[in-house]
Design a protein around this ligand. Sequence first.
Ligand code: SAM
Length: 247
Amino acid sequence: MTANQIQPRTLYLVATPIGNLGDITYRAVEVLRQCEWIAAEDTRTSRVLLNHYGITGKNMISYYGAREAERAQELLRHLNDGASVAVITDAGTPGISDPAVRIVRLAIARGIPVVPVPGPSALLAALCASGLDTASFAFEGFLPIKSGKRLTSLKRYCAEDRTVILYESPHRIERLLEELESLIPERRIVVARELTKMFEEFLRGTPAEIRARMIGKKLKGEMVVVIPGISAHPLELPPPDADGGSQ
Ligand code: SAM
């Protein structure tokens, strides 16, 4: 048996690109090609992705937040019948701020092997190039939306000794930067946007500096916010270039 050979009655968690379609492993393509079922957050989006790698005609099940419980039972039935099942999401690693945990737990509880097929994840891509401490970090995903809970969480993260990594949607990033501006006005954070894509960019500076740059350039897109721990040495930055010193 090789590591690339698909096993029956096995759940595979397959990481897919977060932007650049070249960021997929040989093994991921092979597993997706061979698995009997592919569970995807958005089957239309994933079919486009699979087509790109020449994978067509697969049995697909949509597996997303609102229907996760029901669809997990369906996947479990296929696994119990001896099928191999791969879970993918719209981007990155399943289970990381994305659906997967429910089917993973059901599979574990029934003794069904769960096999990760690792690859891209926005949190590690942002962290490794942030220049902040990578030895000890906390990934907190998306903040709560409601103001009270959100502020409580943010205060806790800003008091962390470890590097904190947050995901934020494009339409809430300005709000997050304003909140950080009031909590940690002096701290030099990093916003990683459009990772692996054409306009990939690392914005480094205080929350107010980054917000001003984003408003000035009308920057949008997917973003990861990386906050240094409370007692971390401040980021040493070169003087801003004429363009605002984004790298
Ligand atoms: N499962 C994914 C992963 O492994 O990174 C995360 C999915 S989560 C629903 C989507 C969030 O991840 C976005 O709002 C953004 O914060 C972050 N993200 C995903 N792709 C990104 C990219 N190319 N550049 C920057 N952030 C990204």
